[in-house]
Design a protein around this ligand. Structure first.
Ligand code: AMP
Ligand code: ZN
Length: 473
């Protein structure tokens, strides 16, 4: 099966050829464990889980190594630890924060149907690899020591900026970074920095006497080297990581090892926004994975993890995604249909070949899902089709034997009052016509809370929007 992937490094879709088909290697930047992961963070986790599943299918489950790290050293962690456990020594407080957050993260993403990666390294267990990289970079003339810091000298790398497609001159012209006096150039970045008393600290590299701690980017260079080698196949993360994080990982790894590439293919998922707006705490639309799955905070409903996963995969990973209650209602209605079809059915055989082919085309999940809808249609008539549907959904992490009731988590079994629903639907349409979108969204959420899913369509004759509804359970 030919696999093609879009490569941010070359800005085109390319046939994927692993360095070693017996051990295909992928690294994805994981969470910084100081707080609940939000649903934007869930996107790369789900997207690269899908890549992992596909690679395992194509190359064999024992021939793929997927590394997703845990960042457990970071200023945000220190701040959270000091705030939450003011009476504990900082290092003990940090341990409490990172342990609890890591466990929460694992529980949250397991509910989203995400497989554990092959290796999940922690930054604090790879400090030696980081100091070795610092030493190598200074030795090779790519980094310098200044004021207790080790800094990467970007002018020492001729093709710095290739991933983000900008030259050093362009970056410097647009730089808004505060230029610390000890930096030689404004774009030089920190590999190692001094720790203040009480902060986590390790023996510094490069002959620096005061103890210190690593910069952000060096972690991933050290962890990927340790588990995947200096050159590997795929590196992934969200689009916001292209610059500076991934650009700087490349600079560190290539210059320390003298290699022409770090990862051959760089994959980035697009951003997630909520109901048409950037998700942010100040806008009040910030939602964690845990709140989505365990409370009625989003769209006044609680959502099963598989429903959230299907909602996520409905948009191609490189496109932005708008996270709406409507999207989740539709995903739930779909999975409820499937649950009816699959009751009493054993998954059998391989996942459907057309679905695998769609995924092999740069992870085209929308196309895969539309093929799956076709499979479901034919499964209604033939039981063998149902076994294949089950196998295909299992392969995509969208089915694990859940029943209708399980998928309807948090939905009360009340009957809806059809007259009341009709009235609310009409009121919502009127609000939309009057362009009062706040009110129309509120009414849609009220309906969602009653378990009612809406479908808007254009009347082909009049061009007017008409809305149909169904009970999504
Ligand atoms: P962070 O904890 O901010 O380093 O993010 C962890 C991962 O989540 C990174 O791969 C980010 O690119 C990704 N990420 C953060 N916010 C969003 C978002 N709103 N949409 C999609 N991906 C995101
Ligand atoms: Zn990283």
């Amino acid at each position: 099966m030919a696999l093609t992937l879009y490569n941010t490094l070359t800005r085109r879709k390319e046939p994927f050829e692993p360095i070693d088909a017996a051990n295909v290697r992928m690294y994805v930047c994981g969470p910084t464990v100081y707080d609940y992961a939000h649903i934007g963070n869930a996107r790369p986790v789900i997207v690269f889980d899908m890549v992992f599943r596909l690679l395992r299918h194509v190359y064999g489950a024992d021939h793929v190594t997927y590394v997703r790290n845990i960042t457990d050293v970071d200023d945000k962690i220190n701040a959270r630890a000091a705030k939450d456990f003011p009476d504990l020594p900082l290092n003990e407080a940090i341990r409490r924060v990172t342990t609890a957050t890591e466990k929460q993260f694992h529980d949250d993403i397991a509910a989203l149907g995400v497989l554990p990666p092959t290796v999940e390294p922690r930054a604090t267990e790879h400090i030696e690899g980081m100091t070795a990289l610092c030493d190598a970079l200074v030795r090779r003339g790519h980094a310098y020591v200044a004021d207790g810091h080790v800094l990467f000298d970007v002018s020492s790398m001729a093709d710095y900026g290739t991933l983000s497609n900008r030259s050093l001159e362009e970056m410097e012209a647009g730089a808004r970074v505060e230029v610390a006096p000890y930096k030689k150039g404004p774009m030089d970045f920190v590999l190692w920095k001094p720790s203040k008393p009480g902060e986590p600290a390790w023996t510094s590299p490069c002959g620096i006497e005061t103890p210190g701690r690593p910069g952000w980017h060096i972690e991933c260079s050290a962890m990927s080297e340790k588990h995947l080698g200096p050159e590997f196949d795929i590196h992934g993360g969200g689009i916001d990581l292209v610059f500076p994080h991934h650009e700087n990982e490349i600079a560190q790894s290539r210059c320390a090892h003298g290699t022409p590439v770090m990862a051959r293919v760089w994959m980035h998922n697009g951003f997630l926004q909520v109901e048409g707006e950037k998700m942010s705490k100040s806008l009040g639309n910030f939602i964690t994975i845990n709140e989505l799955l365990a409370t009625k905070k989003f769209g006044a409903n609680q959502w099963h993890g598989r429903v959230a996963r299907l909602a996520m995969l409905g948009t191609h990973y490189r496109q932005p995604i708008d996270w709406t209650a409507e999207r989740l209602l539709q995903a739930r209605a779909t999975l409820l249909d499937f649950a009816d079809l699959l009751a009493g059915v054993e998954a059998a055989g391989e996942p459907n070949a057309d679905v695998v082919a769609a995924l092999s085309d740069d992870l085209n999940t929308p196309s895969a899902l539309s093929i799956i809808h076709g499979l479901a249609k034919s499964a209604k008539r033939n039981p063998e089709g149902a076994a294949e549907l089950a196998a295909t959904l299992e392969f995509m992490g969208l089915y694990g034997g859940e029943t209708r009731d399980a998928l309807n988590v948090g939905v009360e079994a009340a009957k809806v009052d059809a007259d009341k629903v009709d009235a609310l639907v009409a009121a919502r349409l009127a609000a939309r016509r009057a362009k009062d979108f706040k009110e129309s969204d509120r009414l849609r959420d009220e309906l969602a809370a009653m378990g009612v899913a809406l479908k808007d369509a254009k009347d082909p004759q009049t061009g007017e929007i008409v809305t149909s509804w169904e009970v999504a359970r």
